[in-house]
Design a protein around this ligand. Structure first.
Ligand code: SF4
Length: 357
């Protein structure tokens, strides 16, 4: 910590604050969640933004807030409806945890997001990043946060060369984030400015140092090392997965099956699916619970789930027997948009039925 204090001396800190905050004030993007400092809206947006691009999140955020405008409306909703509104955003456990956390907020905190960091981090799905974001952005508390963008910006400003997945490097970056937010006066803008710089200027592969408002303070830039830090762990190799999806329609209704509890994407609905090949334990069942007779190949789609690169053939099919297993059900076309469908099933239905959901 002593070393961090030396690196973030008062003079340098004040100059950084002034340069970054004035740039942010003039250049921040107009994003729907920035129009409110409602802790609930900040919490929902920050939960959606984890591992998901801003452009993707915007329509989901709007629709989610329209349907669940308050903690109470989210807590009281059926989890299936929450999943339906989340459908297509991926990482569905986040939606389940949001729903569970809303119930806890009602039960333990009178529906208010807590101002205390430990209480915030005790909520389902709320980690250090989300807690820091809500406390600083909504309550203007001088709480640090580190996401991928902030990690990159700090590692470059202070030329942090350690592998970012190492505990010592993480502690160093946390110390820097904390030293910079304490005393800033406007922590809501400061934390958002750090993230904004990382998202729009200090880009991972091609940082735009020429247009950077804090170039003069950047140690990595001064040493010509802006491409060398942060040092990220090697990405795991992608896994190729081949699937068959079966579109069974009868009287305008579509046959879907529900993913079981304990499965990835538990509770979501999908077309009956069979995994043909992959190099790892199966993501999808190898055997169909239904007897299906494929009639016609409708096309092929590609889909990615984390590092799984899926190629799926979509077949029109008919049922080979009349008994439906318990996890299968028929749905009319008008019901589909209200269901929690997997992203791949949405793509397959669009391909098979010629209209998007
Ligand atoms: S000077 Fe370049 S590397 Fe440094 S913070 Fe700015 S954009 Fe990032």
């Amino acid at each position: 910590m002593t070393e961090i204090r030396e690196r973030v001396c008062d003079e340098r800190r004040a100059a950084l604050w002034a340069a970054l905050l004035s740039w942010y004030d003039a250049n921040k993007r107009d994003l729907p969640w920035r129009r409110s400092d409602d802790p609930y809206a900040v919490w929902i947006s920050e939960s959606m933004l984890q591992q998901t691009r801003v452009e993707t999140v915007i329509p989901y955020f709007r629709r989610f807030m329209e349907r669940f405008p308050t903690v109470g409306s989210l807590a009281e909703a059926d989890v299936d409806e929450v999943l339906a509104r989340w459908s297509g955003l991926g990482y569905y456990s986040r939606a389940r945890r949001l729903h569970a956390a809303a119930a806890q907020l009602l039960e333990l905190h009178e529906g208010e997001f807590p101002r205390d960091r430990a209480a915030a981090e005790a909520l389902p799905g709320v980690g250090a990043y989300t807690a820091g974001a809500v406390l600083s952005i909504a309550y203007d508390l001088e709480e640090p946060l580190i996401d991928g963008n902030v990690q990159r910006v700090l590692a470059r400003w202070f030329h942090v060369e350690g592998l970012v997945s190492r505990a010592a490097t993480r502690r160093e970056l946390e110390g820097l984030a904390e030293a910079l937010v304490r005393g800033v006066g406007d922590p809501a803008s400061w934390n958002q400015a750090l993230m904004e710089l990382g998202a729009t200027i200090c880009l991972p592969r091609e940082p735009r140092c020429g247009g950077c408002p804090v170039e003069a303070f950047c140690e990595a830039r001064a040493q010509g090392a802006e491409h060398a830090v942060p040092v990220l762990p090697r990405r795991p190799a992608p896994i190729d997965v081949e699937l068959e999806l079966f579109l069974v329609e009868e009287g305008g209704r579509v046959l879907l099956q529900r993913r079981g509890t304990g499965d990835r994407m538990a509770g979501l609905w999908e077309l009956p699916t069979r995994e043909l090949a992959s190099g790892t334990p199966r993501l999808f069942p190898a055997e169909l619970e239904l007897t299906l007779l494929a009639r016609e190949e409708l096309g092929e789609l590609r889909h990615t789930i984390t590092r799984h690169k899926i190629t799926a053939k979509v077949h029109k099919a008919v049922l080979g027997d009349s008994e439906l297993p318990p996890r299968c059900a028929w749905f009319a076309g008008a019901e589909l948009s209200g269901l929690g469908l997997t992203g791949m099933t949405k793509k397959a239905l669009t391909l098979g039925r010629g209209r998007s959901l």
